[in-house]
Design a protein around this ligand. Structure first.
Ligand code: OOG
Ligand code: MG
Length: 264
């Protein structure tokens, strides 16, 4: 077996068995190979019956780069099995050491099969929603290199998407407030996401093009965390509100339970 298939199997098994693994030694693979590992691990999910739902961007904000010590934009692939219900109860037993971060999610209305300008990117979007991403590195202590995190599908694990709207006006600089049990844990602005989250769609189009891939209409694009992430523990109510007043995108929420706890 080669390094690509071996690493993909190791990371995929770790995710399925909720087991953390040691990082790969420095130089084990380069960035291009890391993306090959990512795709090979997603192929394993698809072979088990999961369906592609879209893509996510990572490290589109300074806050995230600083928190994780990685300073390049990265991207990962999302499947239907990662979607948790808005307002639902999330079983933390499915995860290793999950964290949550506030984001916005876009729904595409057209195929994206080439690099887009900002104007074209806006035309490709059907709707936007407040979102929470549950990230869960498969690496011990959530510590990784750029190549390592890319191979690990950019820590993709879960996502919760709120109600869709076409409120794009305030999107460039909307307040973002993430609360645990009604208490602020992270507060920021959508402007932290590449200056304006629609730029994540432009970036996504370029990354897809560079990888020789296209994204069908009806796909999700997670724009990237607006603030640093917070560790999840059982028994929390997590909420993210994006914007306020008339043009607000609204809120998205979930609660957490441990594997043994009955769902409420
Ligand atoms: C990597 C994923 C980064 C984001 O929104 O910036 C990411 C990680 O922090 O583990 O999802
Ligand atoms: Mg994220």
């Amino acid at each position: 077996m080669n390094i690509i298939q071996e690493a993909a199997a190791l990371l995929d098994d770790a995710a399925r068995e909720q087991r953390e693994v040691d990082p790969f030694p420095a130089g084990a693979f380069d960035l291009a190979q890391a993306y090959e590992i990512q795709r090979a691990s997603i192929r394993r999910r698809i072979e088990r019956g999961e369906r592609m739902k879209g893509i996510k961007l990572g490290f589109t904000s300074r806050a995230k780069m600083v928190q994780m010590g990685v300073d390049s934009l990265i991207w990962g692939l999302l499947t239907d099995a990662m979607i948790e219900e808005d307002g639902g109860s999330v079983d933390l037993g499915r995860y290793i050491h999950p964290r949550v971060e506030p984001e916005v999610c876009f729904l595409t209305r057209r195929v994206i099969d080439g690099p887009l300008t900002a104007l074209e990117a806006a035309e490709c979007i059907e709707a936007v929603a407040p979102a929470l991403e549950i990230i869960d590195s498969r690496y011990r202590n959530f510590k990784f290199s750029l190549e390592g995190v890319v191979a690990d599908n950019c820590s993709s694990a879960g996502l919760v998407v709120g109600a869709w709207s076409r409120r794009f006006e305030g999107l460039a600089n909307a307040g973002v407030r993430m609360q645990f049990d009604g208490r602020d844990v992270q507060v920021g602005s959508t402007a932290a996401i590449l200056g304006q989250p629609l730029r994540s769609v432009v970036q996504a189009s370029k990354l897809l093009h560079g990888a020789g891939m296209s994204l069908p209409a009806g796909s999700l694009i997670m724009a990237g965390g607006a603030t640093a992430a917070e560790a999840l523990t059982p028994g929390l109510h997590v909420q993210c509100r994006v914007g306020s007043g008339q043009g607000a995108l609204g809120a998205v929420a979930f609660s957490t339970r441990s594997a043994t706890q009955e769902s409420a």
